[in-house]
Design a protein around this ligand. Structure first.
Ligand code: GSH
Length: 232
């Protein structure tokens, strides 16, 4: 049995996905520690020992028998929580079912392919030292988002309220976070995305997960200062 869950978090970043999944599954029954990314907390030796990727989220899972594990990938955490609490109905049951295949496909499409494009736009516009930014990379991934990703998502959301059909699932946690991220960068602007966001943002767990989002400033205060640089 799980004794304690602790999320290492920074507002509105990928750790908000896990915070949202935690509120959906265990309610308030988890701890949170803020990792001040813009002050370089992720590079502290004590943090790097637990998370060599030097980022958030990190989910510390302590079991009743004292075993501790650190999960380091947001989509894995969201998927694990959805499966660990089947009563919350956040995932189609595992097995030879097309609904499960579709759900996994969308969750991982969001956390790899779509996430990669959003990250490229974000780091080149706001994170990398200005001398390392590349306008062609920004243009390439903005274009791929507009011509390849947005139409795929919009085609689904035109037909059903949630990304995998009539019910909300953990895939909506990753897609939903990505859509808020994209809209912060003037992508996913059409009505279908506005409607989707207004639907998912009515969930109490969404509201709690993003209650601290105002603390997030996309602009790094110190991107050209060596001590302040993200690894990207
Ligand atoms: N694939 C990882 C990526 C995590 C990630 O890069 N997190 C960013 C915030 S959204 C971060 O902590 N960056 C800190 C840095 O690059 O120094 C996941 O989805 O959990």
């Amino acid at each position: 049995m799980i004794k304690k869950l602790k999320l290492y978090h920074y507002p509105a970043t990928r750790s908000a996905r896990v915070r949202w999944a935690l509120y959906e599954t265990v309610g308030d029954d988890f701890e949170t520690e803020i990792v001040e990314l813009y002050k370089g907390d992720q590079y502290r030796e004590s943090y790097q020992k637990k998370n060599p990727n030097r980022n958030v989220p990190m989910l510390e899972i302590t079991m009743d028998n004292g075993e501790v594990m650190h999960m380091l990938e947001s989509a894995a955490m969201v998927e694990w929580l959805a499966d660990a609490f089947p009563g919350k109905r956040l995932a189609p049951k595992p097995g030879l079912f097309l609904a499960r295949a579709d759900y996994l496909q969308m969750l991982h499409f969001a956390s790899t392919w779509m996430d990669m494009m959003l990250w490229q736009v974000r780091i080149h516009e706001h994170v990398l030292p200005t001398a390392e930014t590349d306008a062609r990379t920004i243009a390439r991934y903005r274009n791929k988002m507009r011509t390849e990703v947005e139409p795929q998502l919009a085609a689904r959301l035109d037909k059903t309220p949630y990304i995998c059909g009539e019910s909300f699932s953990a895939a909506d946690i990753i897609i939903g976070h990505n859509v808020t991220w994209a809209r912060g960068y003037q992508m996913c602007q059409s009505e279908v995305f506005r409607g989707y966001l207004s639907r998912i943002s009515k969930r109490p767990a969404f509201q709690k997960a993003f209650a601290d989002a105002k603390a997030f400033n996309p602009e790094l205060p110190n991107r050209d200062h060596p001590a302040g640089q993200f690894s990207g």
